[in-house]
Design a binder for this molecule. Structure first.
Ligand code: PGA
Length: 252
């Protein structure tokens, strides 16, 4: 394996958080980003993006959103456009999270269109892939991951505009995680699928692990050489746990 990219730890707050709590977490993330080599990003709900941006501005911590629309503007009540996210200070947007795939029936082509919109706006896309429990039990994990990589990525993915988050659906919010050896194997598989999709540049695209990453399993999961950081849900709402996860990443 060639020189690995700088790890990224992104906090996905999902539909959690409050204005007061967001300020505290943002201050903690700014401080954390100043003392670790790991890149830090916070992805709060839409109404908290601007207040968090105000705190992160001028610090090393990055801001991300949890979704965007595939169009740049228009009559789409309740949706949010990627150019606006960029304008208010986002660097990233999470796309194709399994909760959106399941609860909003987002398909791979829809995810791909959203990724293209994110890129047009200058955002980096954190594209989530992962198998469900039944796919895993049926031995379909690799086929599922290969298809998601093939179908969710527009042409033109590169290390600057794309991050992949491998999130086994059964591990999200469940407290269960794959064994580090499985994570290692599946990340290597995803890397090969990415190389097949976009060529040798894929070697520097970061592949994060996500799904029940906590302070107490971070060393084991982040210690897997193929893992380039974490997408963290529940534990990102606890500044101490989030910081422990970031500190468990390799020093590159
Ligand atoms: P979790 O969520 O860390 O709470 O399991 C991860 C995610 O959904 O991104």
């Amino acid at each position: 394996m060639s020189k690995r990219p700088r790890p990224l730890v992104a906090g996905n707050w999902k539909m959690n958080g409050s204005l007061a709590g967001a300020r505290d977490l943002a201050k903690a993330a700014a401080e954390l980003a100043g003392r670790t080599r790991t890149e830090i990003a916070l992805c709060p709900p839409f109404p908290l993006l601007a207040p968090v941006a105000a705190i992160l501005s001028g610090t090393a911590a990055q801001l991300g959103a949890q979704d965007c629309h595939a169009q740049d503007k228009g009559a789409y009540t309740g949706d949010v456009a990627a150019p606006l996210l960029r304008e208010i200070g986002c660097r990233y947007v999470i796309l194709g999270h399994s909760e959106r795939r399941a609860q909003h029936r987002e398909s791979d082509p829809e995810v791909r269109a959203k990724v293209a919109a994110a890129w047009r706006a200058g955002l980096g896309a954190i594209i989530c892939v992962g198998e469900t429990e039944s796919e895993r039990e049926l031995g379909r994990t690799r086929a599922r991951l290969a298809l998601q990589v093939q179908e969710s990525l527009p042409d033109g993915a590169n290390p600057a505009n794309t991050v992949i988050a491998y999130e086994p659906v059964w591990a999200i919010g469940s407290g269960r995680t794959p064994r580090p050896e499985e994570v290692s194997e599946l990340h290597a598989f995803l890397r090969a699928a990415l190389v097949a999709r976009i060529g040798p540049e894929a070697d520097s695209v970061r592949i994060l692990y996500g799904g029940s990453v906590k302070a107490d399993n971070a060393r084991a999961l982040m210690g897997v050489p193929e893992v380039d950081g974490a997408l963290v849900g529940g534990a990102s709402l606890d500044a101490k746990a989030f910081s422990a996860i970031a500190e468990a990443c390799r020093e590159t």
